[in-house]
Every structure is written in C-alpha cells, then in structure tokens.
Design a protein around this ligand. Sequence first.
Ligand SMILES: [Zn+2]
Length: 456
Amino acid sequence: MTVTGCRAGAGDDDAASRGASGVGDPYFPKSGNGGFDVTHYGLDLAYAPDTHRLSGTATLTARATRDLTAFNLDLEGMTVEKVTVDGARATWRRAGQELTVRPPDGLGRHTRFRVAVRYSGVPVTVTDPDGTEGGWLRTADGAVALGQPRGSMTWFPGNHHPSDKATYRLAVTVPEGLRAVSHGEPAGEETEGGRTTYRWRTTEPTASHAATLAIGRYDVDRATTGGGLPLYSAVDPEQAEESGPVLRRLPGVLEWAERTFGPYPFSSAGVIVERPDDAGYALETQNRPVFPGAPETWLLVHEIAHQWYGNSVSPRTWRDLWLSEGFATYAEWLWDEDHGGDTAQETFDTLYEGDYFDDEEENDALWSFPPARSPGAAHLFDVPVYQRGAMVLHRIRQAAGDDAFFALLRGWAREHRHGTADTGDFTAYVEKSAPGKDFEGIWADWLYGEGKPERP
Ligand SMILES: [Zn+2]
C-alpha cells in the first residue's frame, strides 16, 4: 500500500474498530465506506476557472453504525489541509481514493458526529473501467461535475456509494458573471468584491453520484408546471436557441411521467444544457439532468424517468443498475407508444429480431450477458443493462397484463421512494403485486439467463 500525504501518525490500530474502506460493491469495492452513515453534506466551495482551482470545506454529518477509532472517506486527488471531528483536530492519511480519519476520541456506536475536511487543488477527471470520463470535467467556460459511477469523489470527500444517501447544502463562490448550478433548489446568491456565492439546498435524500455542480455562463429559465412544480433550468448561451424546444417540452414530459410513474419524487425539476463537447454523455443528475447539447425528446424522457428510477429508487449496488437503466429505457418505449410511435411490443420485436441498431454488433451485444449479471465494471453501461433490462420489464407486462403492470411501475416507485433496492427486492415485489402469475421463466431466461431466450 502506498501511503501519501501523511499529516501525522495515524498508525495502524485495531482493525476491529476501524470502519471498512468500502461497502462491498461487487464492481467498485472501494466505493463507499463501512461503519457510518452520512446524513448531510455541507459543501462550502470556491472555484477559479482561470487556474482550475477548487477549494473549500466539506462538513459531513454522520452517524456511527459501530464503535469507531477511525473511519474512511472517498476522495480522489485534491490536497487535504485540515480535518476536524466535532470541532477537534483529527489526524488523517491517504492511500489512493481512501482518506482515513482518526478522531482524537473514539466514536461510540450510534453517535452522531460532524467531520469537516478542508481541501484544495485542481480536481481530476476519472476514467471509468468502460473508458468514459467522469468526475470533474472542464468546460469551455467553467466545469461540470458528473458523478456516475464514481466521479463525485473528485470534488468532495464522502461516502460515495448509492447505498448511502444524504441531504445537501452547497455554497459555491465563483467570479462575478459566472454562475454555479447544482441539484436541489436555489437558496440565494450574493455578490461581494467581484465574486458571487450561489447557495443550493436539497432536502430529499440524494445519492452522491446524482449530485452535480455546473459552473459557467448560463441562461436561467425559471417556470412552474401546471401542477405547481418549480422548474429551474440552466442553458449555455451557445445552446439557447436549440434548447428552446426542450424547455417548452419539459412540463409535458413531466406531466406524462407523473401519469405513468406516479407523483414526481423531488421538490424541483429542470435541465442543465452544456455544449456538445463538454461531456461524452448525458447524466440524470438529481432534479436537473446534464446534457451535452440540447437533447432530443427520447433522451429528455430517459433522464426525466431516472428521477423516479435511479435517483429516488436507487440501485443498492452497481450490479443492480439495470433497475435504473432498464426502467429509463422502457420509459422511452412507453413515450413512443403514447405519442403515435412504435408500441412497446413493436420495439421489443425489433430488438428481438436484431433490427433495432444500425450496427450489427450492437444488435448481437444485446445477448452478450443477462441484465442482472453483467460481467464487471467495464460492462456497466452496455446494451444489455439498458435494452435487455427494458425487455425484462416488457416480459413482466406481458405476463401480468397492462393494469397490473402499470400499477406495479407506480407501486415500485412508491414503495422504495427515496431509498435503495436490489434485483431480489424487485422480483419479490413483482411476485407479490401479481399473485397467481408465473414469473420464474422470465427471471431464469431474461433476467439471469445467458444467451438469447426463446421467442416468447
Ligand atoms: Zn440512463
């Protein structure tokens, strides 16, 4: 183990009283940490786009789930300057993404505590096992933070795993003229001495990979839907013209999604539109997804559906990601079906027949592994997790019937609202919701089975 940045003698102590360095995720064993739950992140940050330097303090409110003499946080890059626990100086050491904090006094099980980490540096971009870039991405006029699956550790220390959700408060100071946009709701701004501080607050539980911070020049669009949901969108001025139709479509997409999936799970919605080169993909960051360029309708529908499936009901481990991507993909099919396009059955058939993608290899890739058993982190965002995940949902619809299926879609979002769930929870929920129907073959062939299942 290479230990870097050792500030003081945080030596080895009894392993039994140290929090684990991960929560045991099958793909990302170092993501998250054991021994405590974070309930709240308070992030006081400043960013200087000319030097790309981020600095500030992250104050985490947490509860020990066992006796702790030391515990870990995830932080990739950055320089840690000071750590306190309940106001008292703590020692720390770093090894890779693990920041091990040892408070002066041990923390008893169930103790609530506050750990404050002061840090600074030029945040890094992480390359994920599938080759995509996430974390802190520099943009033409600032930066945007994309956290799925492990990028959020580049801009604040935390318990970075979807199984530990928390509320957030951000105060982000940037040069006057720029803007800082985040998840949650705006909570004020003030300008002083050529710098503006933007405040954001999120009272609903948020997985850290769904947190975001976008800094740059934006046109802000505020509105309220007919149902009273506040909308706050931030659009790069270069994308303003192309984004007009998207902003006009958003209330209608939200209304359709509420009819289909049940009440919207958060206190606000919106979009963040960056320039096409600013990121390699769109992401369902909570409340307001990030798009590199104005999105087409299907992509807007996909990311809005994630607010129910992925952000409110989060996958318990990254292996359960099909519960997020399969649902968001099926939402695209349902949107088409409800708006004069192909029916979900037609989309299913096109996929089954290998005519869905232009690229033959992509059509074949659909059968390369089952959605609930992907072969590893490098395949986390592959076709089977999306389209074959959606095919599982369509098979459930065929078996359960439309009434039971749509009740089940809404019920699943209600039952695990603001929580996490895994594949076993889902299959049990389906069986409970449609008693007397047989789903065994669907689980065996479509969810967990290798190869292409027989035509249903
Ligand atoms: Zn998605």
